[in-house]
Ligand binder design. Structure first.
Ligand code: UD1
Length: 430
């Protein structure tokens, strides 16, 4: 089984290019089945989650052609089934986007219940509430969510919790409903806006994405488009924190600095320098890091998907920090692994109380989920000695060429399969 072998201690220095946003790509790929015309999408990250979704789409007859690593042509005019249940699709959270897309276009969809990272209860009640409000009948049977409607009609929907997935899913279905839908208390994440822009480029009529009220006037058909996905806010944030944690100097390129404001603000608070230009940010960490407090919140708050990365930094920062996780209740599972590397963190409910230590030391650890896995790699890069990170398949779900990008910044990290590979790595880097 593949692992990362890491020798810590080298500051990361150099430039890194950020790819397309996974969490925008997934709904955009799903939404591309809503037209019979050909859709051209650029800047798709080549990561496991997008590839699983594309395979599932191919399995129901969607033509998917990769014209280069990040460009895909999709034609869904020959869909032959509205039942999506291949073995892999249940493992990704975003499988539910096919529900909104197929329900909108064909008024019927059956999709395997979503999985995704085990970071807490991941309810889908708000998705179901939205589909029902549009006139669909929804039930869960034999591991599938089934949604069906004679016709979809616009509705006024108030979301009880701010949910990225439910906002996007309802927006997709409502795009092809009759009349006006208003989603109140909508999620405002950049990827919600990107999906709305994509749908509008196909002829949808969506206004207000990026605010908490989205208005969607249904249209009867969507057409071909060419679209480029926005840069990945979380991949960018991860490399920004990589600079902070390793005492490095990293220019993070191809980003939208506005999307990174909450991350930049926290880096400044803990003592890093951050320089912003049009489409890049440079993070320099030359002073000892200092403590701060942070609470995860829906956008524009500090993202829950950056919580493990900031915790890894705060556990190396002078003083006591408090991290409060307000989105997912089970998102501190990696703390045990970090403790084995020397961190001093106490978790009480959704709060981590962190007493900064001077350094981490290498250990043999496992990635418990996607973002925590990446954060543990950052800890290992700053640690004294050698670390192996197991279960890196989680990291590969959302980071393209993670170890190669880190290597290009001077990190001593390699993919290994056997103990012998690890010994060779040690000889090479010793
Ligand atoms: C998406 C992202 C994930 C990110 C999260 C929050 C994808 C594939 N995943 O997940 O990386 O961490 O946004 O930014 O894009 N909730 C309900 N009922 C629902 C839906 C959600 O109670 O029907 C709750 C969830 O349990 C959670 C909160 O709402 O506490 C936010 O979840 P949501 O924004 O829906 O996250 P996802 O779309 O699953």
């Amino acid at each position: 089984m593949e692992q990362y072998a890491i020798k810590g201690g080298s500051p990361l220095v150099g430039e890194v290019e950020i790819g397309g946003a996974k969490n925008a790509a997934l709904p955009i790929l799903a939404a591309s089945v809503m037209t019979d015309e050909t859709v051209y999408i650029d800047n798709i990250p080549d990561v496991r989650d997008t590839n699983v979704l594309l395979n599932a789409m191919e399995n129901v007859g969607v033509m998917v052609k990769r014209t280069d690593r990040h460009k895909i042509t999709i034609n869904a005019s020959n869909i032959n089934s509205l039942v999506v249940e291949d073995d892999n699709i249940k493992k990704i959270r975003a499988s539910y986007y096919l529900l909104g897309a197929l329900l909108g276009k064909y008024k019927h969809a059956e999709v395997a219940l979503p999985g995704g990272c085990d970071i807490g209860c991941r309810a889908i009640d708000q998705h179901i509430k939205g589909f029902r409000a549009l006139g669909a009948e929804v039930c869960i049977e034999y591991g599938l969510i089934k949604a069906s409607a004679g016709k979809l009609s616009g509705s006024h929907i108030y979301m009880d919790v701010v949910s990225v997935g439910a906002t996007i899913n309802i927006m997709m279905a409502a795009t092809m409903a009759e009349g006006m839908t208003i989603i109140e208390n909508a999620a405002k994440e950049p990827h919600v806006v990107d999906v709305a822009n994509f749908l509008n480029s196909m002829g949808a009529n969506i206004k207000g994405a990026g605010t908490d009220v989205i208005r969607i006037k249904g249209v009867s058909r969507l057409h071909s488009t060419e679209y480029t996905i926005i840069p990945d806010q979380i991949e960018a944030g991860t490399f920004m924190f990589a600079a902070a944690i390793t005492k490095g100097d990293v220019m993070v390129k191809n980003v939208i600095p506005k999307h990174l404001e909450s991350i930049t603000a926290k880096l400044l608070e803990i003592g890093c320098e951050v320089e912003e230009a049009d489409d890049c940010v440079r993070v320099v960490s030359s002073k000892p890091l200092v403590h701060t407090h942070v609470k995860t919140l829906p956008y524009p708050g500090f993202p829950t998907d950056m919580q493990p990365q900031i915790t890894v930094a705060l556990a190396l920062s002078k003083g006591t920090s408090i991290v409060t996780e307000s989105i997912f209740e089970n998102r501190f599972k990696y703390v045990d692994e970090l403790t084995r590397m020397g961190a001093n963190i106490k978790v009480e409910g959704n709060t981590a109380i962190i007493d900064g230590v001077a350094k981490y030391t290498g250990a043999s650890i496992s990635a418990p989920d996607l973002r925590a896995g990446a954060a543990l790699v950052l800890a290992a890069l700053s640690a004294e000695g050698y670390t192996t990170v197991d279960d890196i398949r989680y990291i590969e779900r959302g980071y393209e060429d993670f170890h190669l990008k880190l290597q290009s910044l001077g990190a001593q990290i390699e993919l290994i399969e056997t103990e012998r590979d690890f010994q060779k790595f040690k000889l090479k880097t010793g």
